[in-house]
Every structure is written in structure tokens, then in C-alpha cells.
Design a protein around this ligand. Sequence first.
Ligand code: NI
Length: 173
Amino acid sequence: MSILNLVYAPSKILEKKTEEVKFIDKSVKSLVNNMFETMYKYNGVGLAAPQVNQSLQVFVMDCSNKDTEYNPTVLINPKIIKQSNTYKEYEEGCLSFPDHFIKVSRPESLNVNFIDLDGNKKEKFFNGFEAVCVQHEIDHLLGTLFTSYLSRLKRQIILKKMQKFKKNLNKSI
Ligand code: NI
């Protein structure tokens, strides 16, 4: 297993719709393992394939309290089939936007169709913090970033800060 390079915003790949996974082969399994490794290393609760430069419909997440237990979850080709009418607001973070937190209002619960790492079709109900995470990650697969829920002005402020962050990152290499 290895730690993958994170893609930071702004980046074209983060704003592109991802491709469906056709076969769960060795390369997909190894991508998933490396994504878990990378997510845990950076203390994330979710990580989508475009964030590690792969434009594929894959994301990993673990919303558990990692002090006592782990709950690694992988969703491949996820599709939302039902969402609640009630909304809830959470403050979200994103590994592609270090140190930025944004309040986003999303449906409180949802049902998702997906395939697991063994290629089995599944349907699962998510609520609470897991529902937030699943929706944030599915957005990534559609090329939608959490900044799209902000006003244009606030979005531009974050964009400028991220451009500066990336510039400094390049300087330090
Ligand atoms: Ni994110």
C-alpha cells in the first residue's frame, strides 16, 4: 500500500464528471487500498478518486470514531435513489481544501445503489454524519465541489486562498 498525492483545488480533474468502473480488477482494488491509506494518513473521513487524480466513480469513507473502531466503507458507481425532504446543516471539510470549512445544508438521509469491492450490487440507507459524507463524496464524482454551495463572492475568496496555497506548495518543493 502507498500514500497517494492529493489533488488540491483549483484543478480541472476535481471539476470533471468521473467515469463508471466497468470491472473490479487488480488496479481498482489497489487504488481503493491506497485511497484508504491516504485518507487515514491525512485524517479525512472521505476521499473520492478524482482527489487522487483518478477520474473514476469510486470513493472511500470512514465516519467512525477511529480511537475505538474502524468502519472502512467503499462505494463504486454510487447512485442516489432516494433522499429525505428534511435538510440538515453541517460544517464540512475537504482534503482538497486544507483548512477550509463550509456550512452546507443537505438532505438528512438517503438511499444509495452501488457496487462493493467484490462486485456485488448493494443498496444502503445512510443518515446523520454518514449521509453528509456520502453526499459530499458523490458530489466529487459529479465534479461538484462543496464551494459550489457558497455565494460567488465567498467562492472567489476561497479560490484565491487556494491559489496562494498551491503557489507556496510549489515553492517549498
Ligand atoms: Ni471533499
